[in-house]
Design a protein around this ligand. Structure first.
Ligand SMILES: Cc1cc2nc3c(=O)[nH]c(=O)nc-3n(C[C@H](O)[C@H](O)[C@H](O)COP(=O)(O)O)c2cc1C
Length: 192
């Protein structure tokens, strides 16, 4: 697959095999995240890879609990890979992914959120290159802002001014990998 094929092939996967991804692959994916474009060249983000089921299951439940259903903008996310919006019986916002990476960024910086999501995008593309399935997940701040989350951040020595911005789930797709999704029309324009 060349880069342009890979970009179209990548999908958000929410059904995972139990099989863990190799640590060496996780390191390469995190490294790709660390090379993402970043505002002002400040490299103000941190990435923590979790390959510990107990921790990721606990955080995954907190992630679901933090989701408000009263402000959803409607529509189905995916019939093939249902999200917690599509299926309210799903118990973990991490869908059983064996590896979960957390992207932290400096809270007091204007571009903290875009910086973190640029990291996440680099990571999901790197994962696809390695035949690893992935999904970006939001609500990181809400997931961590409780005693358990604060305790983890302390254990991991995350500086106080860093804020959890998003997650990147990683693993192997269980069942069929979804096909490329058609693009809505009239979303791009080139002016000459
Ligand atoms: C900013 C952002 C936040 C997202 N948050 C979640 C999330 O919390 N849970 C989830 O299952 N998927 C989440 N996704 C994945 C999107 O649902 C997914 O990218 C979208 O439905 C398009 O599908 P595709 O990635 O398969 O092309 C998020 C994606 C982005 C870019």
């Amino acid at each position: 697959m060349n880069f342009f094929e890979l970009v179209k092939y990548r999908r958000s996967i929410r059904k995972y095999d139990d099989r863990q991804i190799p640590k060496a692959d996780l390191e390469r994916i995190i490294e790709a995240g660390s090379y993402a474009p970043n505002a002002g060249g400040g490299q103000r983000s941190m990435i923590v890879g979790i390959q510990n089921r107990q921790i990721s299951e606990a955080l995954g439940k907190l992630n679901v609990a933090s989701m408000r259903r009263d402000n959803l903008i409607g529509g189905n996310v995916s019939a093939e890979q249902p999200s917690i919006i599509d299926d309210p019986t799903i118990k973990s916002g991490f869908y059983g992914a064996p590896t979960v990476a957390v992207v932290f960024a400096q809270g007091n910086f204007l571009y903290s959120i875009p910086d973190a999501f640029c990291c996440a995008e680099n990571m999901v593309l790197a994962a696809t290159e390695l035949d690893i399935a992935s999904c970006i997940v939001a609500r990181a701040e809400e997931t961590f802002y409780n005693d358990y989350g604060k305790q983890l951040m302390q254990q991991w020595n995350i500086p106080e001014h860093f804020v959890p911005r998003c997650f990147v789930l990683l693993g192997y797709c269980k069942g069929d990998y979804p096909r490329e999704k058609a693009r809505k029309p009239n979303r791009t324009l080139i002016i000459e």
